[in-house]
Design a protein around this ligand. Sequence first.
Ligand code: ATP
Ligand code: MG
Length: 415
Amino acid sequence: MVISIPKGTKDILPSEVYRWHWVEESFRDCCARYGFSEIRTPLFEHTELFKRGVGDTTDIVQKEMYTFELAGRSLTLKPEGTSPVVRAYIENKLYAEPMPAKYYYNIPCFRYEKMQKGRQRQFHQFGIEIFGTENMMADAEVIALAMDYLSGLGIDDLSLRINSIGCPACRTEYKKVLQEYLAPKLDILCDTCKDRFDRNPMRILDCKSPVCKEATRDAPRMIGYLCAECKEAFEDLRDNLTALSIPYTIDTDIVRGLDYYTKTAFEIVSDKIGAQSTVCGGGRYDHLIEEIGGPPTPGVGFGLGIERLLLVLDAAGIRIPKPEPCDVFIAVLGNEPRAQALQIAQSLRSAGYKILTDVMGRTLKAQLKYADRSEASYTVIIGEDELQKGVVSLRNMKQSTQKEIKIDEITAEIR
Ligand code: ATP
Ligand code: MG
């Protein structure tokens, strides 16, 4: 029986991987322009890290983690990127370095979720984090980087939505108000939200179920209950975005829903990719680093779903430049010229050209057919005649023309 790929995962085939390279390279470039350095953390961590870093009450920790036991330890494939970065920051005492700390990453994430368009069980994320400042300049920079990156790819019709989810002080107050409002409607909420009512009532606000949406339509929102400090921070953020000429709307339904998430929450949304429309989600987490055992350090960052980004690029009809697969195919006729052919191939590769050679011992006709299918721009043909004369035949594959040239003239001809 043929073994198939696990549900919720996808192969990225050679014919499409150039699209990944393109978005990855642009992301690296963009992060460098904003002074972020890459950080790479392991694929799995101690389960406890995510229980603390994502939060025991979240959907991720409650039912979505790929957790396994090995040698008496509980390990989990990373469902998200921030907690591992925080763990590495603390463990390597990176807080001793100049502040703020600015990191980016490109990671696979694993979540046992229901399969839908734009929702996989292994998916990929770009992320950035800034540790060490409460200043809303950092939040604005995080958002600016995301918007800059996306518009650099040619996507300019995404909408930025921002919200403030307050701090533990004002949120405790607000949670009570919200629970009072929702208590009489508890019966009609979806099962997940019934469950959220006690542990995480704010999450009910961003439930996608139409019933819950209707039930919470007129519910009080956090934004109306912010303390003076949170209110001022939100004003600062808005001023900074205005200064950066970044348009936004305030969406009071955006919730990160964890105790250590604070103040800024934002999403970048596309209306072209269906129900899973959030391409990028981020916000501030001023109590997370302390929660994981580090010195009290504020932080802010985002996660950007790469599969959803590629869906947006498709939907917007953005053509991703496809690299030329092959500059020159080196065809050999007969046994004698093989050594010469190999030397030509290696010297052209050293000079930076993409070179294919015949590694199957095929006939000249078959080699030329393969050169054609490989989309080679040129074919160098070397047979016994050519070898004796110290020349090669150079075939221009697009124009179907051919001429004899000296070996040292090849690079000048194929330029
Ligand atoms: P959603 O509401 O779409 O489930 P989330 O709040 O769970 O998102 P985050 O944890 O903030 O998502 O992750 C950041 C980004 O990663 C999302 O905005 C999305 O683009 C992407 N993402 C999250 N879960 C998945 C998934 N299962 N498959 C593909 N992409 C995902
Ligand atoms: Mg989710």
